[in-house]
Design a protein around this ligand. Structure first.
Ligand SMILES: *Cc1c(COP(=O)(O)O)cnc(C)c1O
Length: 462
């Protein structure tokens, strides 16, 4: 049994040569010949848009998504055997690339002990201890199953703890799809051009007010207008869901100061930045201590995990210690927790040195291509550590309004140009590229060669 699982969980490293196409599927008249296209046809009949999460549908760039057969390291392989250097990395969780040994082996061991208990277990304690050690502002932590749940629960706690209703967020920031956050949101919400979402009661949408990222005056103005009513300032300390947008010096410190002055709580949504920018996340890098923090993505190493935590006095209000109810059948799931422990135990300083080295080389190579192609002044590349975004407009890009000026059609041509040359980035302009420790110098070489050609196509109007 263990053998079989092992073989399934750890596919052989795909050969460097282009994999052979699987035996031609039986053709029916009018049926697509590619397996991915066939799967997409079937998927669309039974799943909205044929996908489990909107951005995967390629809706904003056109064409049909590929369906994944397997992935290992920096490479993802589709159902038709095409191989891609992957910069989507599951939108962030895969800091060490696909299927890293430490995580597979931890999950395999956990699997043999059962998949869910409905009772506490040692793994949760060990993961909680690690999270609180790495992120000292998190004195206590509650595990959930996604970043969405983490943000949703943190806001409930903030509202309860302050006795206030309003949530302040920043346009272009994404905090998952809980109702209170589907207002001026980034990521797929921005990609599809949805201002908010139908189905969110207007009274609830009104309880979310929106400021401009990197603009403290816009925050002050909202506090002026809603004095004593704002429970929480929720922010991605480095915005990564409108593409990567860095906080200006003083921005995060300013939010801390305003929150303290106004008796509001400061919530850092570190679902992407946590364990990625540093072992202690963006709050370690920028030296600003939030009251509450949300984690996800890397914390689960590709399995469903989220967490929220912070000041012990606040967490004391969460049930069963306090009255703020929040629960989950699969929360603290033993497989996910085992993956999380393996991830966090792999976060040594050299990991961040390597990520920085690879990512800096990628940035440098891209900039060189831009200069040689003579298009530098039409592009902006934002990067911090292992997340970066290429915007198709001149910079600087400091907020969502700047982001929205990016040339969408040029991005789309660039995306398809990369894809057909075996480089996979998110099929949406408002996302980050994720570099992992599995990306090699060879991957970068291939990426930059593809980038050079794809960029020419991007700037050739068709
Ligand atoms: C991905 C993300 C979320 C939502 O996490 P899910 O696991 O997709 O629910 C929340 N906040 C940020 C900053 C994210 O990047």
């Amino acid at each position: 049994m263990a053998r079989k699982v092992r073989r399934k969980a750890a596919p052989a490293v795909p050969k460097p040569k282009k994999a052979k196409k699987p035996a031609a599927p039986r053709r029916r008249r009018g049926r697509p010949t590619k397996l991915s296209d066939q799967l997409f046809e079937r998927a669309k009949k039974r799943m909205p848009g044929g996908v489990s999460s909107p951005v995967r549908s390629f809706r904003s760039v056109g064409g049909t998504p590929f369906f994944v057969k397997k992935a290992k390291g920096s490479v993802i392989v589709d159902a038709d055997g095409n191989r891609y250097v992957d910069y989507v990395m599951s939108y962030g969780p895969l800091l060490f690339g696909h299927a890293p040994k430490a995580v597979l082996s931890a999950v395999r061991k956990a699997l043999a002990r059962g998949t869910s208990y409905g009772a506490p277990h040692r793994g949760e304690v060990e993961l909680a201890e690690r999270v609180c050690r790495l992120v000292p502002s998190m004195e206590k932590v509650r595990f959930v199953s996604s970043g969405t749940e983490a943000a949703m629960s943190a806001v409930r706690l903030a509202r309860a703890a302050t006795g206030r209703d309003l949530v302040l967020k920043f346009s272009g920031c994404y905090h998952g799809h809980a109702d209170s956050f589907l207002v001026a949101a980034g990521s797929g919400v921005a990609t599809l051009g949805i201002p908010g979402s139908p189905g969110v009661p207007s009274d609830l949408a009104r309880a979310t007010v929106t400021a401009r990222y990197n603009d403290l005056a816009s925050v002050e103005a909202l506090f002026e207008a809603h004095r004593g009513k704002i429970a929480v300032l929720a922010v991605e300390p480095v915005a990564a869901n409108m593409g990567v947008v860095l906080p200006k010096p003083g921005f995060l410190e300013g939010l801390r100061r305003i929150a303290d002055r106004e008796g509001a709580l400061l919530l850092f949504d570190e679902v992407i930045t946590g364990f990625r920018l540093a072992a202690g996340g963006a709050q370690e890098v920028y030296g600003v201590r939030p009251d509450l923090t949300c984690l996800g993505k890397i914390l689960g190493g590709g399995l469903p995990v989220g967490a929220y935590g912070g000041r012990a006095d606040l967490m004391a209000q969460v049930a069963p210690d306090g009255p703020v109810y929040q629960a989950g059948t699969l929360s603290g799931n033993p497989l996910a927790v085992a993956a999380g422990i393996a991830m966090l135990d792999s976060l040594r300083p050299e990991v961040y040195r390597q990520l920085e080295k690879t990512s800096a080389a990628l940035e440098k190579g891209m900039r060189k291509v831009h200069e040689e192609t003579g298009v530098s002044d039409r592009l902006t590349l934002n990067r911090i550590g292992s997340i970066l975004t290429l915007f198709f407009n001149p910079g600087p890009i400091a907020d969502f309004d700047d982001v929205k000026r990016s040339d969408g059609p040029a991005f789309t041509r660039w995306f398809h140009g990369l894809r057909k040359r075996g480089v996979f980035i998110a099929p949406a302009a408002f996302e980050a590229m994720f570099v992992s420790t599995a990306h090699t110098a060879k991957d970068l070489e291939r990426t930059l060669a593809a980038h050079r050609e794809a960029l020419r196509e991007a700037f050739t109007e068709s």
